[in-house]
Design a protein around this ligand. Structure first.
Ligand code: SF4
Ligand code: SF4
Length: 168
């Protein structure tokens, strides 16, 4: 049985290291609260999210099994799951993020990339928007960001304010 993670190990099994990220798309689970929740486990057909011994435990990912499919992103009620692909282009990475605002952006749109505190940190280009029945009310937006910011950009601001701003 897994022990409840101590504070020092909150990121272990949830945040992939640079070596794993360099091998291809993979999940990033920014889930650090002990809440009774596990739909991410059921959504993963690769068996990459280990079974929960206790519903209050944090999710734990086997990053070698994760193929970055993104099926877990839109099922997370906490909007805590992302997929990062640092192999996308030489200097650009793709971040896939959950998005529940309207209007949705469209492929080709330029948006503001925001960090975890909502601070604008870059301009990002939308390259895909997934919104099917499977995604319920949570769309998955794919954005292209500077590779150095792939672990920083976690939200977007859509609209005119995204344009004409200085690069962060
Ligand atoms: S991205 Fe796909 S393979 Fe990776 S944990 Fe999520 S559902 Fe599983
Ligand atoms: S679905 Fe989201 S909030 Fe629930 S355990 Fe998984 S990552 Fe955490």
């Amino acid at each position: 049985m897994r022990d409840k993670p101590c504070q020092e190990s909150r990121t272990h099994g949830r945040i992939p290291g640079a070596e794993r990220r360099a091998r291809g798309p993979c999940v990033v689970m920014e889930c650090f609260e002990d809440i009774p929740c596990d739909p991410c486990h059921d959504a993963c057909r690769q068996g990459a999210i280990r079974p929960f011994d206790d519903l209050n435990h944090l999710p734990e990912v086997d990053f070698d099994k994760c193929n970055g499919c993104g099926a877990c992103i839109s099922v997370c009620p906490g909007l805590a799951i992302f997929v990062v692909d640092e192999t996308w282009k030489d200097d650009l990475a793709v971040v896939r993020l959950p998005y529940e605002f309207l209007p949705l952006p469209a492929p080709g749109d330029v948006v503001a990339g925001l960090d975890r505190s909502g601070r604008r940190c870059c301009t990002a280009k939308v390259i895909r928007v997934e919104k099917t029945k499977r995604h319920d009310r949570t769309a998955v937006v794919w954005i292209e960001v500077p590779k150095a910011l792939s672990m920083e950009v976690r939200h977007i601001r859509v609209g005119g304010s995204a344009r004409g701003l200085h690069e962060g």
